[in-house]
Design a protein around this ligand. Structure first.
Ligand code: PBG
Length: 329
């Protein structure tokens, strides 16, 4: 019996063996696509686990250097640093953010010394240093844009000075990319890359991250006056276009999985390197379900990472970077 378009078209022919499936696979995931975000802490003893991110811990500088070497040996090209700052160093004006010897800058120097080939990315945002938990300076309950940009510029230059290869402004203040680019040129850091968190949404999926950097208890209100409204798409395009014009070398969509449509549209419209951030809440969902035995965690991890590539991303910031690199080794 012949129905439909049999036998000319049988999609099952190319699915029959692993070799055939590999031959016709349209998208590939490689260890080259991964940036590994890590959390830093002071001290010289062991790690502090983060309960809402099972398998992730805050690492001391000694440990992060070892971890970076391990990740780099597995082929992971870049690591991204997020510091947990002691409350005693948090202020209204966030001065610790541009201290040349703050935790993040010391870790950058230590990693660049020990694993010079690995790209170090740093976070340019005030929240870990801000007694108010916001990404900008707060005056009378308002997150003030231009004064925050001035602080962020000082922070960016200090990070470049420490040897960061990629600066990641995750603050969403207006005009910060241009201001940073101008200051970096003036300070002799013309080769420092900027990966702009250009389309960053005000998302519930950042919860575990805020625990990890110790900002959860401090944050008053929300970040909706600077991060994007989840209902918007056109605005993401305008933000990406603006940040590229102001001097960003790479751009990001964040969170990842709930915003794959944005990734797709950005990839089709712009030729710039595009990254997605598979954020803490996405990690926690996959990890939590797999620890409960509800899904196969390893397969869900690889499938979710492949989704970003299929959507058109060039790479992914993911807490799974080392696990995924192991799975691909
Ligand atoms: C803030 C920042 C956040 C993340 C990276 N940088 C959280 C926020 O905007 O509140 C989230 C990353 C994650 O959830 O994994 N500068």
């Amino acid at each position: 019996m012949v129905t439909g378009s049999y036998p000319a078209t049988r999609f099952r022919r190319t699915k029959r063996t692993d070799a055939l499936r590999r031959l016709v696979r349209e998208t590939t995931l490689s260890v080259d696509d991964l940036i590994w975000p890590v959390f830093l802490r002071e001290g010289d003893d062991d790690e502090t686990p983060i309960p809402s991110m099972p398998g992730v811990a805050r690492l001391t500088i000694d440990r992060v250097v070892e971890a970076a070497r391990e990740a780099y040996d597995l082929g992971v090209p870049a690591i991204c640093l997020f510091p947990y700052i002691d409350t005693s160093l948090k202020t209204d004006l966030c001065e610790e953010a541009w201290n040349p010897d703050n935790l993040s800058n010391r870790a950058t120097r230590a990693i660049k010394d020990a694993v010079p080939g690995m790209a170090v990315m740093t976070d340019v945002a005030l929240d870990p240093y801000n007694i108010n938990g916001h990404d900008g300076i707060v005056r009378n309950g308002v997150i003030v844009n231009d004064e925050s940009v001035e602080a962020l510029v000082k922070m960016a230059v200090a990070q470049a000075e420490a040897g960061a290869d990629i600066l990641g402004p995750s603050d969403m203040m207006d005009g910060r990319i241009g201001a940073m680019r101008t200051a970096l040129e003036a300070a002799g850091h013309q080769d420092t890359c900027i990966l702009s968190y250009a389309a960053k949404y005000a998302s519930a999926f950042y919860g575990p991250f805020r625990d990890a950097v110790g900002a959860s208890g401090l944050l008053k209100g929300d970040k909706k006056t600077y991060q994007m409204d989840p209902g918007n798409t056109d605005e993401a395009m305008r933000l990406i276009e603006r940040d590229l014009k102001e001097g960003a070398d790479l751009v990001m969509v964040k969170p990842g999985m709930p915003y794959l449509d944005i990734c797709r549209r950005v990839a089709q419209t712009f030729q710039a390197p595009l990254f997605a951030y598979q954020v803490s809440g996405e990690y926690a969902m996959i990890k939590g379900a797999s620890l409960n035995g509800w899904i196969d965690g390893d397969r869900a991890m690889m499938e979710s990472l492949m989704a970003f590539k299929r959507a058109g991303c060039d790479g992914i910031l993911t807490y799974f970077a080392v696990d995924a690199a192991r799975a691909m080794a």
